[in-house]
Design a binder for this molecule. Structure first.
Ligand SMILES: NC(=O)C1=CN([C@@H]2O[C@H](COP(=O)(O)OP(=O)(O)OC[C@H]3O[C@@H](n4cnc5c(N)ncnc54)[C@H](O)[C@@H]3O)[C@@H](O)[C@H]2O)C=CC1
Ligand SMILES: O=C(O)C(=O)CO
Length: 320
């Protein structure tokens, strides 16, 4: 029987499915793997199921000559923590879990949009503090999202799911910046330059993958282009926003606030952001729902099964 390694505890259904096909070893810790642990995993197992945080960099593969491991079946759609090219050169294929994550992550983008606009985090803290003095007509006024404009940066699976929610659920106008034009079944406007999009929207939502083309794509220039009453929402990866520039823009009130699910140096979150009432901070909750994690896990197991059975895995990453 082939041996596979799950680098984190996973829902029971996923583990049971993996045990139907493989001898399974499950790591009980939740911290990212260290370099020596990744090298050992490549040497000792036929397949590995890693998650974000397990940084399979080129260095990990450097001396891995013909590793026993033939597949890294990533638990998640984003694979920026894996050097796919280095893996391929070492004879290791990489797969991911597209689609399973889409709706849940779009829901978290909407959560952040609404929490920012309606000052929900601030309001919750007020109630808990015991200092709420009761309803009054001008208390804690936020922004009405109905009729506002959302700007989607990266109109892929998650971007389109956010756009649908904004359009059908909240009567918002949808504009976007993406590598290619997308045909949706409702009106959207493609804007050719990111700075131009930033200047036209009330909520700028990041849904691009993290790679060399998107690293720090939100920096001082784009933040300056945004309206002072607009919000930045990031459910993509921390790397796509230059945190220093964001903090500076927030300190100077160049934008109204930010809703963040991801950070440049997770789990570290800059103290200064934690002190800002107009910033909503979530702990990378995008896909954190049991059904979603089960679906992601079953996809990853199917990718392992296919790869280790000599078939092409359904979600092989081939575009790098
Ligand atoms: N917060 C969370 O828990 C989660 C975060 N994510 C992140 O969301 C990302 C997107 O996921 P999907 O929508 O499934 O990916 P996708 O591949 O379907 O969509 C990405 C879109 O961005 C566009 N794009 C890529 N590079 C670009 C560039 N330089 N400029 C403009 N547009 C560009 C692509 O053309 C595509 O339309 C993942 O890579 C992952 O990092 C995904 C799931 C959960
Ligand atoms: O799928 C991903 O890329 C995540 O961030 C976690 O689900």
């Amino acid at each position: 029987m082939k041996r596979v390694y799950l680098t984190r505890p996973l829902p029971d259904t996923v583990v049971e499915k993996a045990r139907e096909y493989f001898e399974v070893e499950i790591r009980t810790e939740t911290a990212p793997l260290k370099i020596g642990q990744m090298r050992a995993a490549l040497a000792l197992y036929d397949g590995v199921l890693p998650t974000l945080g397990d940084a399979f960099s080129a260095e990990v593969f450097r001396d891995a000559d013909q590793p026993r491991c033939k597949v890294l079946a990533n638990f998640g759609v984003g694979y920026n923590h894996i050097d796919v090219e280095a893996a391929r050169e070492a004879g290791v294929m990489v797969t991911n879990t597209p689609g399973a994550v889409t709706d849940a992550t779009a829901d978290i983008a909407m959560t952040l949009i609404l929490m920012c606009a309606r000052r929900a985090g601030e309001g919750e803290r007020l109630v808990r503090s015991g200092e709420w003095e009761g309803w009054n007509p001008t208390q804690m006024l936020g922004q009405h999202v109905t009729g506002k404009t959302v700007g989607i940066v990266g109109m892929g699976r998650i971007g389109q799911a956010v756009a649908r929610r904004c359009h059908f659920g909240f009567g918002m106008k949808v504009k976007y910046f993406s590598r290619s034009a997308k045909e949706l079944d409702f009106a959207t406007t493609r804007v050719d330059a990111l700075a131009a999009l930033a200047a036209q929207v009330d909520f700028l939502v990041m849904t691009v993958p993290a790679d060399d083309t998107t690293r720090h794509m939100i920096g001082a220039e784009i933040l300056h282009a945004m309206n002072s009453d607009a919000y930045l929402i990031n459910v993509a990866r921390g790397d796509v926003v230059q945190e220093k520039a964001l903090i500076s823009a927030l300190e100077k009130s160049r934008i109204a606030g930010a809703g963040l699910d991801v950070y440049e140096r997770e789990p570290a979150v800059p103290e200064v952001l934690k002190g800002m009432e107009n910033v909503v901070l979530l702990p990378h909750l995008g896909t954190a729902a049991l059904e979603v994690r089960v679906e992601m896990g079953l996809m990853a197991v199917e990718n392992l099964r296919a790869a280790l059975n000599g078939e092409e895995p359904p979600n092989i990453i081939a575009d790098v």
